[in-house]
Design a protein around this ligand. Structure first.
Ligand code: ZN
Length: 433
């Protein structure tokens, strides 16, 4: 069963990648080097040991130090302006803080795993730029092999024209196709045809962020993506122990998963409940906040803070180098709207149950129930909530987030809320068959 879920998950990630055309082509997904059987898994991958920026706001050069030749694909994306560098999976050993400050045309950069077999670097630009050159230099004069990307400032018109000649035109139909495939594949009939004999309700746990997208980060270095993965894995264990539900994770390791893919996993599994798990942070200088908050989907944010949060969570795809302009069309939105009304009351009910269970175990935000337009909560037929466990920007919240004791207590109360939710559902809608 687990094997089946994993298979589906990997397949899903690959489908999403193929659709986005923003992942390495098959020729780029080089298998791990076979010649070093004695090393650890990480040791099987090429190492990227340093990254530098040079130049000014007219011309900027980005250099990666490698330990051998590397295939690469480099392309630009608009709104926000980005350069995406796709390479086979590598082991990033960059100095701490690499990418947090920019130079010239580059505001900052992020790097990490974007799918099994593929790593990615996303350069955030200060303005439109074109890729003048991208090449690998062989080791010479005591320097290691280097991947060099040369950027030059251009105006927006030139930039947009360069997109058309680039990889971008492939994106539009491909993502549309994926939506069509997803909706066909998740009709009840299609699911019934391949449904496992396991008739237990499916709970999808969705640890936020992953891979190239770190999420929020504590001043002391803890990344949201790791905190929420640890939490979700512990929660899975707790829920599975009771044996009443089948748990599917959107990710079980440090991999980047696009938001739409998370939703697709929930729908493809005919999930009865979807719980996205996050840890918020207030930007420096914007006061302090603490405690857990539970979010549901709404068109209009319940308050300014909820709006800010949804906006920042919805940026995950841009951080991962996916094109933000490629979203489900308005037509799909209308259908989503209709189905969502039925789902909404279930989502709200679970949110309330979760709050009453959680407050005995964890500190709650002063307004613990909120709503906003989170993309990851948009499965029209799956009750979905997003749980912010606390603020990594708050000292005592962070202490709890990393504490085994707190995690165990809190996982217990989320599991209890899941139980209460299904108990009530059975009463109100009749026993599922
Ligand atoms: Zn998050």
């Amino acid at each position: 069963m687990a094997g089946r879920a994993n298979h589906k998950f990997v397949l899903g990630a690959l489908v999403a990648c193929a659709a986005a055309m923003a992942c390495p082509s098959t020729t780029l997904i080089a298998p791990a080097r076979a010649e070093s059987p004695g090393t650890t898994a990480a040791g099987l991958f090429p190492v990227v040991s340093d990254a530098r920026l040079a130049g000014d706001d007219k011309q900027t050069r980005f250099v990666l130090d490698l330990d051998g030749k590397l295939q690469h694909r480099v392309f630009t994306l608009a709104d926000p302006y980005r350069v995406v560098v796709d390479i086979p999976q590598v082991n990033f050993r960059l100095p701490a803080g690499a990418g947090t400050t920019g130079r010239g045309l580059v505001k900052a950069f992020r790097y990490g795993l974007v799918m099994p077999g593929g790593s990615r670097i996303v350069l955030e630009l200060n303005g439109p730029a074109k890729i003048e050159n991208a090449y690998v230099l062989e080791a010479a004069n005591g320097q290691p092999p280097r991947l060099v990307i040369e950027l030059a400032a251009v105006d927006r018109t030139t930039f947009v024209q360069s997109l058309d000649a680039d990889s971008r035109p492939e994106l539009r139909p491909a993502v549309g196709d994926l939506d069509a495939v997803a909706s066909v594949a998740t009709t009840p009939r299609a699911v019934a045809a391949v449904a496992p004999l396991d008739a237990r309700p499916v709970v999808v746990l969705d640890p936020g962020h992953g891979g190239i997208d770190n999420g929020t980060q504590a001043a002391s270095g803890e990344a949201e993506k790791t905190l929420v993965l640890d939490f979700a894995l512990a929660l899975r264990e707790r829920i599975e122990k009771a044996g009443k539900y089948r748990v599917v994770m959107t990710r079980t390791d440090d991999t980047f998963i696009p938001l739409a893919e998370r939703v697709r996993i929930a729908r493809a599994q005919s999930a009865a409940l979807f719980v996205s798990i996050h840890a918020d942070a207030l930007p420096r200088g914007e006061g302090d906040a603490q405690g857990a908050t539970i979010y549901t989907l709404s068109d209009r944010a319940s308050d300014a803070e909820a709006e800010r949060l949804a906006e920042s969570e919805n940026k995950a795809d841009a951080i991962g180098g996916l094109n933000l302009t490629e979203e489900p069309t308005d037509v799909a939105d209308i259908l989503i709207d209709l189905a969502q009304r039925e789902t909404k009351s279930f989502s709200n009910r679970f949110a309330r149950l979760l709050m009453s269970e959680l407050k005995s175990a964890a500190r709650m935000h002063k307004h613990p129930l909120k709503s906003a337009g989170f993309k990851v909560l948009k499965a029209p037929d799956v009750p979905s909530v997003l749980l912010e466990l606390g603020y990594v920007s708050n000292k005592s919240d962070l202490q709890q987030l990393v504490s085994e004791n707190w995690r165990s207590r809190t996982v217990g109360s989320v599991a209890q809320a899941v139980d209460a939710f299904f108990a009530k559902r059975v009463v109100s809608v009749g026993a599922p068959n």
